[in-house]
Structures are given as structure tokens and as C-alpha cells.
Design a protein around this ligand. Structure first.
Ligand code: MN
Length: 147
């Protein structure tokens, strides 16, 4: 099992692999806003786990397993962002999907995916069409007092 941090590295490497011929340490550092030594450290671990092939100063390539898991990680993140948009949450979508993705069990992730399909069916969609904008000055608990 990869740590949340290593999952994020693999997710980003897969994303980069979709449009870049050569993935460099600096690409990943820029994308995730982390230091070069942190990236190198993560790459060594992903290499040991056989998700990528990495040697210092050579290009980074994904293994078959790395591609498979990377694709799933990107899909999971996109699905959770889609879910938050679909329920019209006024949260920071990227940040909140990021918070959810590593901490929910695969069972819950799959259930959310099924729920999302349901919510996207037409009659249900309209129920979630409107929501009041949260008031930034109020404590968040005031926004959910009507629960
Ligand atoms: Mn993440």
C-alpha cells in the first residue's frame, strides 16, 4: 500500500505521462510544489515498489503496474471532483477531493461513484440545482444548522 503522499506522486507522474515524452524530476517538483530532494526520495520508493523505473539523471518511466494504478488514481480524483461539483458544494473542489481521496475506503469510493451516476440521472439532478452561497464571515457550522 502506498502512502497518500506516494499516491499523489504516482498520480502526477501518470498525468504528466499523458502529454509529455520525457518526465523530469523538475516537472514533478513544479507540479506538486515540492522540493527536488523530496521528489527524488519519492521516486526511489516508487521504483522499489515497481511502479516506475527511475535511475538518477535518466528519464522516469511508468511500469505496467504504475500505469494501471496511476490511471486509477487520476480517475478517482476526477470522480470525486465531479461528485463535489454535482452536489453543488461551494467548497474548494480540488482541495476537498484531495482530502477525500486518500482517506475513504475503496468501498466508500465505489459507493460514491454509484451515487454519482444516480445523481446525474435527470430528475434527481434538479434536486441539487440550487444552494445558497456560504457566508465567509460565518462559522461553517452556521451553514449546516438546518440539518
Ligand atoms: Mn491526493
Amino acid at each position: 500500500m502506498l502512502s497518500p503522499s506516494l499516491e499523489d506522486y504516482l498520480e502526477e507522474i501518470y498525468r504528466l505521462s499523458l502529454w509529455k515524452d520525457k518526465i523530469r524530476v523538475t516537472d514533478i517538483a513544479n507540479q506538486l510544489n515540492v522540493s527536488l530532494p523530496s521528489v527524488v526520495n519519492a521516486l526511489k520508493k516508487l521504483n522499489n515498489e515497481n511502479y516506475i523505473c527511475y535511475e538518477p539523471h535518466s528519464e522516469i518511466t511508468l511500469t505496467r503496474e504504475g500505469k494501471k494504478l496511476g490511471k486509477l488514481l487520476v480517475k478517482r480524483n476526477a470522480m470525486l471532483q465531479d461528485f463535489l461539483k454535482t452536489i453543488n458544494s461551494n467548497c474548494d473542489i480540488a482541495k476537498e477531493a484531495e482530502a477525500m481521496e486518500h482517506y475513504l475506503s475503496s468501498s466508500t469510493i465505489l459507493a460514491i461513484e454509484r451515487l454519482l451516476k444516480f445523481l446525474k440521472s435527470k430528475p434527481i439532478k434538479s434536486m441539487f440545482a440550487q444552494q445558497n452561497k456560504p457566508n465567509a464571515k460565518k462559522h461553517w457550522s452556521k451553514d449546516i444548522e438546518s440539518l
